[in-house]
Design a binder for this molecule. Structure first.
Ligand SMILES: NC(=O)c1ccc[n+]([C@@H]2O[C@H](COP(=O)([O-])OP(=O)(O)OC[C@H]3O[C@@H](n4cnc5c(N)ncnc54)[C@H](OP(=O)(O)O)[C@@H]3O)[C@@H](O)[C@H]2O)c1
Length: 254
C-alpha cells in the first residue's frame, strides 16, 4: 500500500514553499521520496527552507521566482526541467490575501490578488501542463480554499480568485487527461502568516470552534494525507475535484 502513495524518483515543484502550508507540503512530498523544487520570492527564507528539508534527509532545491512575472515563469520552467529531468508534480500553493470591503478595494489591490492566486496558477499549469502531456504523466494540485466554496465579507478578490481556481481546475482536468490529473485541495482555516488577523480575533475563534465538527483550527499536518492522495499514483482516477479539508466548516449549518 505504501507504494501507492510513494513519490520515490518523482520531481515536484511547490510554489510558496518558503513558509506556511507550502513548506509543510514540501516536507510531505520530500518525505514521500520526491525531489522538491521550492519556489518563492524571498531567497533567504527559501534557502533556509531547503536547508531544513535536506537536513531531514530530503532532496530539495530553491528557485527564487515571482509567480506574477510571466516572463520569469517562461524562463524558469524549462530551466527546472533541464536541471531535474522532468516535473511530475506541480503544487500551485503560493497565494496572498487582501482584507477590505469590495467598495473600499483599490483596483491594484484587486489585481495583485487575482494575479497571484489565479493567473499565476494558470501560467504555471500552462507551461508545466504542456511538458506533462508530452511525458503522459502528471499531477497538478491547486491549493484553493473554503473561500472557493462560499463567500465572505472583506475578502472579495480572494474569494473570486479561489472560485476561479476551482473552475480552472475542472477545465484543465478536461483538457489534460487521461494521464495528467488536475485537482484542488481546499483547506479550511490553518494558522499561518496569511491569517494572523483572524487568529487574534476572539469572535472569529469562537465561531470556528463552535461551527466546525472538529472544534478547532486546522494544522498543516491535517492536509498531508489529502496532498499525498492527489500527488501520487493513489489519485490516478481522481481529477477535476476540489477536496475540501476543513473540519466540517462548509458542510455544517450551525
Ligand atoms: N492558511 C490558511 O488557513 C489557508 C486556508 C485556505 C487556503 N490557503 C491557501 O494556501 C496557500 C498558502 O497559504 P499560507 O497560509 O501558507 O500563506 P503564507 O504563510 O503567507 O505563505 C505564502 C507563500 O507564498 C509565497 N508567495 C507569495 N506571493 C508570491 C509570489 N508572487 N511569487 C512567489 N511566491 C509567492 C510566499 O513567499 P514570498 O513572500 O517570499 O514570495 C510564501 O512562501 C495560499 O494559496 C492560501 O490561499 C491557506
Amino acid at each position: 500500500m505504501s507504494q501507492l502513495f510513494s513519490l520515490q524518483g518523482r520531481v515536484a515543484v511547490v510554489t510558496g514553499a518558503s513558509r506556511g502550508l507550502g513548506l509543510d507540503f514540501a516536507r510531505t512530498l520530500a518525505e514521500a521520496g520526491a525531489t522538491v523544487v521550492c519556489v518563492a520570492r524571498t531567497t533567504a527564507a527559501l534557502e533556509a527552507a531547503v536547508e531544513g528539508l535536506r537536513a531531514a534527509g530530503g532532496a530539495a532545491a530553491a528557485v527564487t521566482l515571482d509567480i506574477t512575472d510571466e516572463a520569469a515563469i517562461a524562463a524558469a520552467v524549462p530551466d527546472i526541467i533541464a536541471r531535474h529531468g522532468r516535473i511530475d508534480v506541480l503544487v500551485n500553493n503560493a497565494g496572498v490575501i487582501y482584507r477590505a470591503p469590495v467598495l473600499d478595494t483599490a483596483s491594484d489591490d484587486w489585481r495583485r490578488v487575482l494575479d497571484t492566486d489565479l493567473t499565476a496558477p494558470f501560467l504555471l499549469a500552462r507551461a508545466v501542463g504542456r511538458h506533462m502531456l508530452s511525458r503522459r504523466y502528471g499531477r497538478i494540485v491547486n491549493i484553493a480554499s473554503v473561500m472557493g466554496v462560499v463567500g465572505r465579507a472583506t475578502v472579495g478578490g480572494y474569494v473570486a480568485a479561489k472560485h476561479g481556481l476551482i473552475g480552472l481546475t475542472r477545465t484543465l482536468a478536461a483538457e489534460l487527461g487521461p494521464d495528467v490529473t488536475v485537482n484542488c485541495l481546499s483547506p479550511g482555516y490553518i494558522r499561518t502568516e496569511l491569517n494572523v488577523a483572524l487568529q487574534q480575533d476572539r469572535a472569529f475563534n469562537t465561531m470556528l470552534e463552535t461551527r466546525t465538527a472538529s472544534g478547532r483550527w486546522g494544522t498543516p499536518a491535517d492536509l498531508r494525507g489529502a496532498l499525498l492522495l492527489l500527488a501520487s499514483d493513489a489519485g490516478a482516477y481522481i481529477t477535476g475535484q476540489s477536496l475540501v479539508v476543513d473540519g466540517g466548516l462548509t458542510s455544517i449549518l450551525a
